[in-house]
Design a binder for this molecule. Sequence first.
Ligand code: FE2
Ligand code: FE2
Ligand code: FE2
Length: 384
Amino acid sequence: MNAREQDAVVRMLQDDLAGEHAAIIQYLQHVWRMGDTGNDIPCEVEEIARDEMRHFRWLAELVVDLGSDPTIERDVIYVNGSPPADLMLLDVDAEDRAIAMYMAHLRNIDDRRIQRVLERILVDERAHRERFRGFVSALGGDPDAPTPRPELGPFTGRRAAMGDSQPPASAKTQREATAHPEEFGAYSGHATNEVIYVKDPTPVALPPGHERLIATLNNDIAKEYTTVLQYLFQSFVHKANRLGKELQLDIAQWHMKHWGWLAERISELGGEVTTRHDDIDRTRDAAYVLRAAIARQRELAAHYGEEKDAVEDEEARAVLARIYAHDVYMTGQLEDLLAEAERAGHPAAVFPAAGEPQPPPAQPPERHEPRFTVGNLFGRPQDE
Ligand SMILES: [Fe+2]
Ligand SMILES: [Fe+2]
Ligand SMILES: [Fe+2]
C-alpha cells in the first residue's frame, strides 16, 4: 500500500468507526427507552450493542496498525420517543446502511487482512439485521415498512457534534406536535433532529427532586462515557502489552457498567439519558497514560465519594456507593501497574505504545531519595 492508498483506507475505517460508535449508542438508548417490553428483546438488543463494541475495537486496532489515531467521532443517532417497534425499525435501517457501507469498503480495500475483518463484521451485521426485523414483528410492527427517519442514524456518514446531537424540541415544535401528533410521529415525513415527545401526551410529572437527580446522574454519565472513550483509545495504542489489556478488558469495561447502571436508574425515574461526551487526550507515552489515569481515578473517587452522601434517592445512592468503591480500587490497581513498570525500568519500555519511538531498554532507575537540607529550603541548589 502506498501512502495515498493507506490514507484512503484509514478514511474508510474511520467512517466505519463513527458508524459503529453511533450504533452502540443508538441501540443502548433504545434499550433504555423501551423499558420493560414483557419479553427479552431489550436484553437481546444490548447483546447486539456488545457485538458493535467488538467491531469498534477491531476497526480501531486496524487504524492504529496503519499509523493513525482512531476517531471518537460518531454519526448522528435517532432516539425519538417512538413505540418500540419503530425504534427497532430504525435499527433495521442502521444495519442496512452498515451492510451497504461494508460491501462498498470491501470492494475498495485491497488488503487481505483488512478484508477478512470487514467480511467477519458483515456476517454479524447481516445477522443483526434479521434479528432486528424479528423484533419489529414480535412487537407487532411490519419489518418491511419504510423507516421512520431514513436520513438519520448510524452509517449515514453524517457526524454528530461532540455534544448532544439532539436538542430538545423548541416550544413551537412541541406545541404543534402536541396539537397534531399524527403529523409528527413515525412515517410522517416530518424530519427533524429535535427530540419530540409524541409518545406520552400527558407526561407524568416527576416527583419533586427528580429533575435535579436526573441532571446529576446525566452529568455522571458524561464522565463515564468520556472515561470509557479515553481508556479505550489508550488500550488500542497499547494493545500489544498488558497496560492495554488492563485498560480495556477490565477498567474500561467496569466504567461501561457504571454508565449502564446510571442510565437504568434515569430511565426508571422517567428521564432522558444524555448522549454527551467530552474530548479525550491522545498521548501514548505509558508513564503519562498511567499518571493521567491515576489522577482521573482519584478525581472520580472524590466526586462519587461526595455525591453518594449528597443524593437522597436510595437506589441511586447504592449505585453511587458501588461506583465509588470501584474507583478507589481502580486507583490502586493503576498505581500498582505504574510502580511495577518503574521498578522494571522506564514505563515506556515496559509498555511500548504502537507508533511511538521506544526508549532503549532502560536500567531500573537509581533511587535518589530527595534530600532536604537547610540550603535547599533557602533556594540554593542541592548537592553543593
Ligand atoms: Fe457493527
Ligand atoms: Fe450491527
Ligand atoms: Fe466509572
